[in-house]
Design a binder for this molecule. Structure first.
Ligand SMILES: Cc1ncc(COP(=O)(O)O)c(C=O)c1O
Length: 448
């Protein structure tokens, strides 16, 4: 796996030194006043969430309750000409890149024939790997249905390059929950985690801004000992901003300046196609992701773009509703697939997720409840009525049951799915907040 990889499901990707490999598994139109309700904001999170705020001026003197659908469709109307239009351009750029890779490899009907046994001479698989490598800006790629999840692809990459006594340095704070057992930070000892194999682990906490601690990173690598520098691009279940490709490139340069032989790995889950370049194109060695999160390679740019628009709608609506949201609405950048909403309580998380689940294509009659989930230390709730278990490409909302009680929203094959899901989720959330004696005051946009 000294290269980058592509297929239809989870995959891994990297560049050349070890070769790069990619492994992938509202406003109303009636001029209502804005009412702010920020009492649950923490200093840090508020800082991370800044960036702009819904347009319009808050007027705390007048309180007006606006229906959920008015909030949602008013916000959507505001986003169409600006934020949605710029995401459309991103989608087109990425679709052009993917289509060019298909054209370069002369993908034809013969590539879709099945294969059995060893799969020797499987033209489809070979071509797909090449297409993915090109798209990811990597030297080689492995797109394999046998990578059953993002966690599997990431673990495969780490186990392939780390050896006893090596150090793994996580440079973007604590890794995603399911990585804790892979590394050995949680769970039973002696079952084969990286730490069980004598690998040492260290992490650089994020700076107060929520981004990489650049000063600490400048001298964090121990040449000859630090074998892997690991970067998690997206937020996971943490209230922190998603890293931009520019930040990832800056980190890679800082690491290389200390020791060019360090293997730089990137957890790219929820990162693919959120910008025009991928981590291997800016120097990462191994990049791992999961395309079940964005519906397969050819549809991925469009699906990702629509999910980005859905996320911007969630941010706009929930911020107008009075919640802290990351990334905040109005940010010029749109590269986060995940939108985190701090709803503040277990009941509110549950209500929001139930509201979303009702609008899912599969299992809309199911009422999600928090529960123990393999791979996670906390109870987790999932609104994930998806066609494939583990997929979040359809509308999905989830989160671990721990303070400050945050729901993470992602997916949506078209932003309008988020619009109708938000109508339902907002109505459920308002009822739950009222039952807890904590109704939020809606912030509405004046007509522009
Ligand atoms: C940043 C990040 N890394 C890894 C994963 C794990 O992916 P999977 O659920 O496919 O194992 C996730 C899942 O949400 C994630 O957000």
């Amino acid at each position: 796996m000294a290269y980058r990889v592509p297929t239809t499901l989870p995959a891994i990707t990297t560049p050349s030194r070890p070769p790069t490999l990619s492994l992938h598994c509202g406003r109303t139109r009636r001029g209502h006043s804005l009412i702010a309700a920020g009492e649950r904001r923490s200093a840090n999170r508020t800082r991370w969430a800044q960036g702009g705020a819904a347009t319009g001026v808050l007027d705390r003197t007048e309180e007006t309750v606006v229906s959920a659908d008015e909030v949602v469709w008013g916000a959507a109307a505001d986003l169409q000409p600006t934020v949605f239009a710029s995401i459309d351009r991103l989608m087109a750029a990425n679709l052009r890149k993917v289509q060019a890779a298909f054209r370069e490899q002369r993908i034809g009907p013969h590539h879709f024939q099945g294969s059995t046994g060893y799969g020797h001479g499987d033209w489809g698989r070979e071509a797909l790997d090449k297409v993915m490598a090109r798209v990811m800006g990597a030297e080689a790629a492995l797109m394999r249905i046998q990578f059953i999840s993002g966690t599997h692809a990431i673990a495969t990459a780490l186990f392939s390059v780390l050896r006893p006594q090596d150090e793994m340095l996580a440079i973007a704070g604590h890794p995603y929950d399911t990585m804790e057992e892979v590394i050995g930070l949680r769970g039973k000892k002696g079952v084969g985690s990286l730490m069980d194999w004598g690998i040492q682990y260290r992490e650089l906490p994020l700076a107060a801004s929520g981004s990489i601690d650049w000063e600490a990173l400048a001298s964090a690598v121990v040449p000859g000992k630090t074998r892997v520098a690991h970067i998690q691009r997206s937020c996971g279940y943490a209230l922190r901003p998603t890293l931009s490709i520019a930040e990832i490139e800056r980190a890679i340069k800082l690491i290389r300046a200390q020791d060019p032989s360090v293997v730089i790995t990137v957890d790219n889950c929820y990162g693919e196609f959120t910008e025009e370049l991928e981590p291997c194109a800016v120097g990462a060695d191994l990049c791992m992701g999961s395309l079940i999160k964005n519906a397969g390679l050819f549809l991925a740019p469009t699906t990702t773009g629509e999910a980005l628009k859905g996320g911007r709608l969630v941010a706009e609506v929930m911020s107008r509703e009075g919640y802290t949201v990351i990334p905040a609405p109005g940010l010029p950048t749109t590269h986060s697939m995940i939108t985190a909403i701090e709803v503040g309580s277990r009941d509110s998380m549950t209500a929001f997720c139930k509201g979303v689940q009702k609008l899912s294509p599969v299992g809309s009659y199911i009422e999600p409840e928090p529960g123990v989930t393999a791979g996670y230390g906390d109870e987790v709730i999932f609104a994930d009525g998806t066609f494939i278990d583990g997929s979040t490409a359809e509308v999905s909302a989830d989160g671990p049951m721990r303070p400050p009680y945050v729901v993470y929203c992602q997916g949506g094959t078209h932003w309008t799915h988020w619009a109708i899901a938000l109508e339902s989720a907002l109505t459920a959330l308002r009822a739950a907040d009222a039952a807890q004696g904590q109704p939020k005051a809606q912030q509405q946009q004046p007509t522009q």
